[in-house]
Design a protein around this ligand. Sequence first.
Ligand SMILES: Cc1cc2nc3c(=O)[nH]c(=O)nc-3n(C[C@H](O)[C@H](O)[C@H](O)COP(=O)(O)OP(=O)(O)OC[C@H]3O[C@@H](n4cnc5c(N)ncnc54)[C@H](O)[C@@H]3O)c2cc1C
Length: 384
Amino acid sequence: MTPYDVIVLGGGAAGLFCAAAAGQRGRRVLVLEHNDRVGKKITISGGGRCNFTNIGASPENYLSSNPEFCRSALARYTPSDFLSLVESHGIPWHEKKLGQLFCNTRSQDIIDLLLAECSRAGVTIRCGAHIAEVAKGDCFRVRTADSEFSAASLVVATGGLSFAKLGASDLGYRIARQFGLRLTGIRPGLVPLTFLGAEREAFGPLSGVSLPVRIRHGHAVFEESMLLTHRGFSGPAILQISSYWREGETLCIDLLPQGESEVLPGRGTAVTQLSTLWPKRFAEAWCARCTPDKPVAQWTAREREETRRKLHAWPVDFSGTEGYPKAEVTLGGVDTRDLSSKTMEARKVPGLYFIGEVVDVTGWLGGYNFQWAWASARAAGQAA
Ligand SMILES: Cc1cc2nc3c(=O)[nH]c(=O)nc-3n(C[C@H](O)[C@H](O)[C@H](O)COP(=O)(O)OP(=O)(O)OC[C@H]3O[C@@H](n4cnc5c(N)ncnc54)[C@H](O)[C@@H]3O)c2cc1C
């Protein structure tokens, strides 16, 4: 059996970054990845250009049963720290909007960075490793289909359940349970929402149309674009709010986020007026469902008020979400009450660490999830 100091399960963003950090401290590190190559999710992230961090990332941009948990790791490894690393590798980048930093050319640049850092640290990476069993005696033992490995520390970086086609599995949750750690409820996040029947008939044919909106859920407010799909609503505003939305809740969408006060002043039809602000097809479909069927001049004061209210708080019910196959992240995970916020180590199982998306810390859309992957990985990599 090959001895290592640290075994990392999962060769994604968090796993590779943690392996490099531990290796650079002189630890002998092995990464076990079941895909045929590492970092598959990074490849497709950010539309192929990896939104690798958000310069403004702070604990307020994360959802967790314990919102304070992420504070320490995020403070000790900041977006500027990762950006310095990106620059030291000569990777060209740009800010797209709202502090979101992207590669100029391709996500592979970030994978190359992680692999270079691992190589510099002497990390061994094994792809195609199918993990059959994890056990703990004096040290951790990991059995794969054809080998067995041991190490004093085991870092679980197997991610969440979204995008199974890229290798997502529930291994991390199973290991947490095996060692007595609690799990919070998990569900898809940053995911398109699906229509109920009536809305689907009216808006489904408008797939591809998008418009700026503002959506609020409690204290969370997002002003971004909303995209219509065949089955529901997507686009940044909807993806963001989907992480807060719960089955059965009605979402109120402000369709005039710029606060146009003089809409529908009394001439022509609502469609003509709203077409100056929205894509015409959306104006037609929306007005057919939500405004009186007569020229605006003939509306009563009550109809006018009712329409104004709907324009700024259009109530929409959804049947559900598109689920894990289309979710960018998995909300919930390993309960942070059972982990040290300084090192990500399990409080009751010395040497066992959980990092990245498998933990109950989930970021907004916009580079926040990678920043959590880097920060939590770094915290564990300095301790494991
Ligand atoms: C389409 C898409 C686009 C995204 N774009 C962005 C973006 O631009 N910016 C951003 O911040 N976030 C983005 N995200 C979210 C981000 O990719 C994740 O939050 C981040 O990758 C989590 O890192 P991780 O290392 O915890 O998990 P992952 O990156 O998912 O890595 C987990 C690794 O573990 C491996 N693994 C799983 N099960 C096993 C097993 N049983 N045995 C061995 N290995 C296993 C997986 O194959 C994978 O390589 C995106 C997500 C998706 C799906």
